[in-house]
Design a protein. Structure first.
Length: 174
């Protein structure tokens, strides 16, 4: 399968979506667990593959613990439980198609995700903190039906750290 650049995806009339936790922020996490700060879930019956275009991590407040953010995945047959369902946004103005994917914060997954790879977001034990705010993934990570993708920290605890996390993706039908 050929992955298209973001510009070509737009030109080909594909749906581009994004989701973010609230602007007040969320703790980035300290270890991989089954309650990550940001979850993108592809329901088993979706008939689409979620192709990740970008991820974002932006400092809000507090002192971050030294470490990094990482991507993880886990099989997820049903929607994550508890926490808060987020509202996904359509990135193509005027397009009203709803995404198949669903996103959550503070929710519980069926198991602890397996780390896919570290992200480009390094967490430094300092305040103020200005991270790399956008990592272009351009299709390097995809989520098939029945899987959940998460972005969470592997870091020291810090002091009341808060970040805004976001995913941007295109849904490609089989």
């Amino acid at each position: 399968m050929t992955i298209l650049s973001k510009e070509l995806v737009r030109a080909s009339q594909r749906d581009i979506f994004s989701v973010s936790n609230a602007v007040a922020g969320v703790a980035p996490g300290t270890v991989f667990s089954n309650t990550p700060p940001l979850i993108l879930w592809n329901p088993p019956d979706s008939k689409v593959e979620l192709i990740l275009l970008a991820a974002l991590c932006h400092y809000v407040s507090g002192t971050l613990g030294l470490g990094y953010m990482a991507y993880g995945a886990v099989a997820q047959a049903t929607a994550p439980t508890g926490g808060t369902a987020l509202t996904e946004a359509q990135n193509v103005a005027g397009n009203t198609n709803a995404p198949m994917a669903q996103a959550f914060i503070g929710s519980t997954l069926s198991g602890t995700p397996t780390i896919i790879r570290p992200s480009a977001f390094q967490l430094l034990a300092a305040t103020p903190f200005v991270p790399i705010t956008k990592e272009l993934l351009e299709g390097e990570i995809a989520v098939i039906p029945g899987q959940a993708l998460c972005l969470q920290g592997i870091a020291a605890a810090g002091t009341s750290p808060l970040v805004v996390l976001a995913f941007e993706w295109v849904e490609q039908r089989f």
